[in-house]
Design a binder for this molecule. Structure first.
Ligand code: F6R
Length: 611
């Protein structure tokens, strides 16, 4: 949610900042801007409402930018509309800053600054922080002290990149709550909300911790405590490479990321299998704590929450441990009942989702053992959990999550098998069978599905001119319906509802009329007859049914549906995961068909770092 970048020691800061912002654009695309030290004109600022393209047009009219350092921002609007004036950077003639996060006490600070004669040119919370820093520069002898004083006055979350007009080619950074990484290349240094934005320059980085200040100068990075004591921290090396953030021949990142699923599954599962059986001890998960668990509580948001729903099905079926799934933003306000006998599993692609992080902190406060499933190494959720199981999906750039969901459900299914073994509910033979189904069968099935793209695309034809549709399924199929429906809604703007197929007749079936598209999911082969009855109920009221099925006999389902897609042969426990790849592809082609901006749907941002 908003992306920030900064650099020093580069040859063309304008280009470096803008290309970094293009990579960060998934974090928000309401406006973009940069501030840099022009070798002739000094501290300069350029910004524009709209996507980064608008900023690029503005910059190209200026000709070559002669700068070796600067800061940049791509915005997801919170305070104030997406206008030029509200675009970052914000500040004064002395200081400019970019901000990711939310300053919660901005109204009070704004009133104070207005009283002191400050004039605001935007409605943002960020400008308040910038002008307060300007004010503090008069009260403190050093920039560091002024920044520390600023952080003492701000409540909320922030990652700030700061330029001072009287200190050319130096960038300061500080953070609380929002992520901030520092990159170090040969004679160059960077700050970024997300490593992907600097991968073309360096893979060596460190994470700026809360309570620290970074100074990027002379191509290096100095990290210090608030009192100025330098901190020595070894650099880490990112194992993602620059290809991960390029389209590599695909029309959209979402398409590319769906095609990366087979590899992502294998890379994620392989390190957790030893001798044909799951083993999560290398991840540092406390097996004893899990064995004693009376209950497992999943906490997540959006797509990650939907991955938890499928995990619940698998854990309850295989390990017979009670599972609850909680939406993070709701959980923490319900005064939840938790104890040290509970295991909490937080699921998050970015590891920076503010709601998930807040719920995690609450769960820890109440004594629960917290394991997290996270894709981004070193992210806040990962660092604050008792144990972390990293998914190895690589960077996910498209706003709509696809490969992250697939690997989350795959790793959680393997985790379920491990748990089932720990509590003695699963024979070795069954555990081996499931492990094989997940590690070999699943990626194989996903590959087969990807080869049938044209078939899936053809199924989207009925969606070209409808205004709403339904996804229906039972048990695991109701869980995957929720994800399929979310995917379709977010990228096509078509309203769709996911419903437990047996529940429809208790009210919602009144919405079915002649031609209403209904997507019927039937990977739970033992529930096939029940599902066929539900399909008949909607078909009798005029629904146009597209069915997706796996396993068992499908001829009867074919008879009652208008279209049927049969998934490759796969163990029943794993089939719903593969079905989601089909449904992601279905949503993707529906969005293309309807002319939507697939990778950057309106109003959204990835990594939701505000509550
Ligand atoms: C939808 C989507 C979101 C995220 C949600 C949680 O395609 O991507 O629903 O799943 O915002 O994000 P993470 O997993 O980063 O915590």
């Amino acid at each position: 949610m908003c992306g920030i970048i900064g650099c020093t020691g580069v040859e063309n800061a304008g280009e470096v900042l803008v290309s970094g912002l293009r990579t960060l654009e998934y974090r928000g695309y309401d406006s973009a801007g940069i501030a840099y030290f022009d070798k002739e004109k000094g501290l300069s600022v350029q910004k524009a409402a709209g996507k980064i393209r608008a900023l690029e047009e503005k910059l190209s009219a200026l000709g070559e930018i002669k700068a070796s350092s600067g800061i940049g921002h791509t915005r997801w609007a919170t305070h104030g509309a997406p206008t030029d004036a509200n675009s970052h950077p914000h500040g004064s003639a002395r200081v400019q800053l970019v901000h990711n996060g939310i300053i919660e006490n901005y109204a009070e600070l704004r009133a104070e600054l207005l009283g002191l004669g400050y004039v605001f040119s935007s409605e943002t919370d960020t400008e308040v922080a910038a002008l307060l820093l300007d004010r503090l520069l008069d009260a403190y002898a050093s920039k560091r002290e002024a920044i520390v004083a600023l952080t003492g006055r701000l409540t909320g979350s922030y990652a700030l990149g700061i330029l001072f007009a009287d200190e050319p080619d130096t960038v300061y950074a500080v953070r609380r709550g929002s992520p901030l990484m520092l990159g170090v290349g040969e004679g160059k240094s960077f700050l970024t909300s997300d490593l992907t934005a600097i991968l073309t320059h360096t893979r060596d980085y460190l994470v700026l911790e809360e309570g620290e200040i970074a100074v990027l100068r002379d191509g290096g990075v100095l990290v210090m405590k608030e009192d100025g004591t330098p901190i020595e921290r070894p650099l880490k090396r990112a194992d993602w490479d620059a290809r991960a953030v390029r389209l590599e021949g695909h029309a959209h990142f979402m398409h590319k990321e769906i095609f990366e699923e087979p590899t992502a599954i294998v890379s994620t599962l392989r390190p957790r299998v030893a001798g044909g059986l799951p083993d999560f001890s290398p991840d540092g998960v406390d097996a004893e704590r899990l064995r004693r668990a009376e209950r497992i509580v999943f906490i997540a948001c959006g797509t990650a929450y939907h991955a938890s729903l499928l995990a619940r099905r698998m854990i309850e079926r295989e390990a017979r441990i009670p599972v609850e799934c909680e939406i993070a933003s709701e959980f923490r306000y319900r005064d939840p009942i938790l104890s040290e006998r509970d295991v909490v599993v937080c699921v998050s692609q970015s590891g920076e989702t503010a709601d998930t992080l807040a719920a995690l902190r609450l769960a820890k406060e109440r004594g629960a053992y917290v394991v997290s499933i996270v894709n981004v190494v070193g992210s806040s959720v990962a660092r604050e959990s008792d144990a972390v199981i990293y998914t190895h999906a690589g960077p996910e750039i498209a706003v709509a999550s696809t490969k992250a969901y697939t690997v989350q459900t795959a790793i959680l299914s393997l985790f379920a098998v491990w748990l089932a073994r720990l509590v003695g509910k699963c024979s070795e033979a069954r555990a081996r069978e499931l492990t094989e189904a997940l590690t070999v069968g699943l990626p194989g099935a996903v590959r087969e599905i990807l080869a049938r793209e044209e078939e899936i695309k053809a199924l989207t034809a009925p969606l070209s001119d409808v205004s709403y549709l339904f996804y229906i399924g039972r048990c695991a199929d109701a869980d995957i319906a929720a994800e399929a429906s979310l995917k379709l809604k977010e990228i096509t703007y078509l309203h769709s509802e996911a419903y437990a197929a047996g529940e429809l007749k208790h009210g919602t079936i009144s919405l079915i009329e002649q031609g209403t598209p209904v997507i019927a999911l039937s990977t739970e082969a033992e529930l096939r007859e029940k599902m066929i009855a539900n399909v008949k109920e909607v078909a009798a009221r005029g629904a146009r049914v597209t069915a997706f099925a796996a396993g068992g006999e499908t001829a009867h389902l074919a008879e009652v549906s208008d279209d049927l897609f049969v998934l490759p042969e796969l163990d029943a426990s794993v089939a719903p995961i593969a079905a989601v790849t089909v449904l992601q592809m279905f949503a993707y082609h529906a969005a293309v068909l309807r002319g939507c901006d697939v990778d950057q749907p309106r109003n959204l941002a990835k990594s939701v770092t505000v509550e």
